[in-house]
Design a protein. Sequence first.
Length: 340
Amino acid sequence: MDSLFSSLPGLLLPWYERNKRDLPWRRDREPYHVWLSEIMLQQTRVEAVKGYYARFLDALPTIEALAEAPQEQLNKLWEGLGYYSRVRNLQKAARQIMELHGGIFPAAYAEIRALAGIGDYTAGAVGSICFELPTPAVDGNVLRVCSRLAADASPIDRPQTKKALTASLEQVYPAGRCGDFTQALMELGATVCGPNGTPQCERCPLSRICLAHRDGIETELPVKSAKKPRRMEEMTVFLLHQDHAYALDKRPESGLLAGLWEFPHVPGKLELSQVLAQLDAWGAIPEEVERSSEKTHIFTHVQWEMRGWYIRCRTLPEGFVHGRPAEYALPTAFRQFLEP
Ligand code: SF4
């Protein structure tokens, strides 16, 4: 295994030089930029991140500006990206950097790892890309490439698998090219040895040494352990509107979608008579009631199955904020009801 891994830098680095994509966060190695992009890229596609990344840096060009930004501005800049705890942690970490490191992003792995929202992967990525530390950044891409390379059937979602791979990679990180090596591994996983469909072994720089390719078992790897099924929650969402204003409510400051905005909703999928009873209980006077198509939104551990009712009101009920949804940080789970 170790000799297999020791040939990685020699094969991957020249390939990376020729094939790397021109991505906005690769244009410099400024830690704030690399850190922000790595956090945005968790759970989100590169193409979707580009616009968010540019807008975020336009609005908050420095760590100091991020540390001082109002919560509503942060939520708005993150709107639609999901997993909002990421942006709350970004700000927490920015404040740590201001308080503990005089506003300068720390260069030691242990100090990077101690920042809010930064786990082993992000610390490894920032450490190697920005500070040339031999610290692997092992994410799903890297686990997939390496489990195929070594024809290793250890489940990649087990912490032991990640730990063992991190230790093996640490041994082969090339001094002076640590950042490029991290990015080369990620790039191979993102563009050649991909997660869906058949990996493109014919254009892979590792095809001569890859054991899964040799044995024809590329598509059988990586292996994952069986997952617990997601919890299913049914709900009815009320799109109560009058002219351009909608009834909106703020979610609690902790838990799922903390501190964001939502349309009023109740558990279960209500029929018309139940909807009218609920409107009566809120004191809303409906003029027109129309049912939406059913919508689904998937979170990590829970899945929302939603039925929406569009209700034009003569008067919007008290007890909610009345406003234009575009001006509020409304997560995709709810915003999808306004899309054509
Ligand atoms: S040869 Fe194929 S399976 Fe092996 S690392 Fe390359 S793309 Fe992945």
